[in-house]
Design a protein around this ligand. Structure first.
Ligand code: MD6
Ligand code: FE
Length: 232
């Protein structure tokens, strides 16, 4: 990766953002552009607060690999990948402590975004934090470990842009590519709740608040029977 061209970045920042502020990607999926921007620094502080208690780590995959995005969680339940599979746990396997609580600022943001997208009474109890750096990606997947498709997922992007892949109900559905930028919130539920999606890579520019790093925070409501904590 070459170093950022500060002039190019400056120019970008000066260009007006002409993207529609609310875009229904399809029934059930709403993209709220720049929804989180007004309090972006507060959300990044909240993220750092979580990561001090439950540090980002590269989890193992059931297939024996390692995830290229680093992850951690907050909430009553945290998502864990290991050689044993994917599950939600009440304890952080790294510390055997409860996951940190969801910071109030992030909880409010998630609920406001859900409400705006037409999902009243969203009660997230699990919040997965992803950290992407050069070379990180996330293959096409469904989010189906929550065992509840009645509530949406709310996804907040912070920092460097991510190249988001958005497919359909099965792996071979046509895939659309869109940029998720700093402050964008994607609310995803109803008929689109189990659609395939992924992150192909990162945008070409560093971000003033996070440099070459992209963060994504997804809020979920999980009813899966929790397991204490698998071996890592
Ligand atoms: C990411 N997001 O944006 C990964 N899942 O880094 C997800 O996997 C995701 O954005 C479900 C709903 C929204 C998402
Ligand atoms: Fe996902």
């Amino acid at each position: 990766m070459t170093s950022p061209d500060p002039t190019a970045r400056q120019m970008d920042l000066l260009l007006p953002d002409t993207r529609p502020m609310r875009e229904e990607l399809e029934a059930g999926a709403m993209l709220l552009r720049a929804f989180a921007k007004p309090c972006d620094a507060e959300y990044l502080q909240a993220l750092e607060h979580v990561a001090r208690q439950a540090p980002f780590r590269h989890m193992h995959t059931p297939g024996g690999g390692t995830m290229s995005a680093a992850m951690t969680s907050c909430g009553t339940l945290g998502w864990v990948s290991s050689l044993q599979g994917y599950t939600y746990t009440t304890l952080d396997p790294a510390s055997q402590q409860a996951w940190p609580t969801i910071p109030p600022s992030l909880l409010s943001l998630a609920q406001a975004a859900a409400q705006t997208a037409g999902y009243a009474h969203f009660i997230p109890n699990a919040c997965l934090l992803n950290r992407y750096q050069n070379g990180s990606h996330m293959g096409l997947h469904q989010d189906r470990d929550e065992h509840d498709t009645t509530q949406p997922i709310v996804s907040l992007s912070l920092g460097r842009s991510g190249i988001f892949l958005w497919g359909g109900p099965d792996r071979r559905s046509k895939v659309r590519t869109l940029m998720l930028e700093h402050g964008d919130v994607l609310v995803w539920g109803g008929p689109a709740r189990l659609h395939y999606h992924g992150i192909k890579g990162l945008g070409p520019h560093a971000h003033p608040l996070t440099g070459w790093t992209r963060f994504n925070i997804t809020f979920r409501h999980v009813v899966a029977p929790p397991t204490p904590a698998p071996q890592t």
